[in-house]
Design a protein around this ligand. Structure first.
Ligand code: ARG
Length: 401
């Protein structure tokens, strides 16, 4: 008896996940491996990937288009929460994991599988995100992680694959580990492991070097409805088009590069390079529109939970009671976050230069320094008396001692 009879494996088409197919069957006695490749806009051709899984021994090779759900159900809630892990990373990779986990669980039910599997190693965040999401959705389902246990080096993995007809990668494999989807690219390893080394230009795919960006600024206008981006330059777009067009626009101006040392969930610090043009612009624009439409106390209170929300996404707790509870709060705050934000893209920066909303609570007659001023200046005196009272009492006491 093997570890499982029928397994649905999360499949990318790379060497590791391909080798998982014969490995599960040969070493762990699995009878049938069904692969699932999620199309999340990673730009790979999925036809050949589907074929490759079958050639590597999969009985069924599924390709599921998850792009729309990825943006609507995973990226948009993150934008509403202005999520930036450790103040910088907009979670482009992390957000994909709970969706892939959900697809695996659904496929396991549809095909009567008794386990699901992934190709993550034991050092990363993604194994945690996959497994915690899977157990949240289906606590009884077994999860197999062959690449975490097989202990093969890269060369050994390739050699193992060759025995089962998995071709050796033709290109000299890139020294970098790259994870890509519609929301962006995460790049690590190789020379990037030295935090002092500047990332070589060759690692970037979505964004231009500032040296190569246009010499003229470009103004764009993003429309939001209830906290969700719905249009670009006055044109209503579906979620997937909006993200891809904005990636192109912002990337062309060198916007969206991040170079950071981040704290992984498994205790390791890692140096990661990200390219997330659209997501970064949208978070900044959204946050700005909130400052026009939310009261001071809601804005400030919301900021304090945004960090919690970012961390729970990073830490694999998408399907958790805390996330559900915070969503209720966040969705309530978004009721009136409707309007437009004008952004100036120029030489690696995306500056917010204008915002407007039918729900704006910015009051010109109160803010103005001109003749139309309606603010009652005399009222400030009494306010300062009351506001400063505790400080006055404290200060008098201190001086008297
Ligand atoms: N550090 C990022 C995260 O945990 C990305 C992980 C995948 N990165 C990669 N280069 N393969 O969300």
């Amino acid at each position: 008896m093997g570890r499982a009879r029928k397994v649905v494996l999360a499949y990318s088409g790379g060497v590791d996940t391909s080798v998982c197919i014969p490995y599960l069957k040969q070493e762990w006695g699995v009878e049938e491996v069904i692969t699932l490749a999620a199309d999340l806009g990673q730009g790979d051709e999925l036809g050949p990937i589907k074929e490759k899984a079958l050639k590597s021994g999969a009985s069924v090779s599924l390709v599921v288009d998850g792009r729309e759900s990825f943006v609507k159900d995973y990226a948009f809630p993150a934008i509403k929460a202005n999520t930036l892990y450790e103040d910088r990373y907009p979670l482009s990779t992390a957000l994909a994991r709970p969706l892939i986990a959900k697809m695996l669980v659904e496929a396991a039910a549809a095909y009567g599988a008794d386990a699901v599997a992934h190709g993550c190693t034991g050092k990363g965040n993604d194994q945690v995100r996959f497994e915690v999401s899977i157990l949240a959705l289906h606590p009884e389902l077994k999860v197999l992680a062959p690449a975490r246990e097989w202990g093969m080096s890269r060369e050994e993995t390739i050699a193992y694959g060759e025995r089962f007809g998995i071709p050796t990668p033709v290109k000299k494999s890139s020294p970098y580990s790259i994870d890509r989807n519609l929301l962006g690219i995460a790049i690590e390893a190789g020379i990037l492991e030295d935090p002092w080394e500047e990332p070589p230009e060759e690692v970037f795919i979505l964004t231009k070097a500032v040296e190569d960006t246009p010499d003229e600024p470009e103004y764009i206008e993003i429309g939001f409805e209830r906290g969700i981006p719905v249009s670009l330059n006055g044109q209503t777009l579906d979620p997937v088009d909006l993200i891809s067009q904005l990636n192109d626009l912002a990337g062309k101006h060198g916007v969206g590069r991040i170079d950071m040392i981040e704290n992984r969930l498994v205790g390791i610090k890692s140096r990661e390079i990200y390219e997330t043009p659209a997501l970064l612009v949208l978070i900044h624009a959204h946050r700005d529109l909130e400052s026009l439409t939310l009261t001071a106390d809601v804005t400030q209170y919301k900021r304090s939970i945004e960090d919690t929300y970012s961390r729970l996404i990073y830490q694999g707790l998408w399907y958790s009671p805390l996330k559900t509870a915070l969503d209720a709060f966040i969705d309530q705050t978004q009721e009136r976050v409707t309007g437009s934000v004008r952004v100036k893209l120029f030489k690696g920066s995306a500056k917010i230069v204008g915002r407007k909303s039918e729900n704006s609570i910015y009051a010109t007659d109160l803010a103005t320094y001109g003749a139309e001023d309606q603010f009652d200046h005399k009222a400030a005196e009494g306010f300062i008396y009351v506001w400063g009272l505790p400080t006055r009492v404290w200060s008098e006491k201190m001086r008297g001692q």
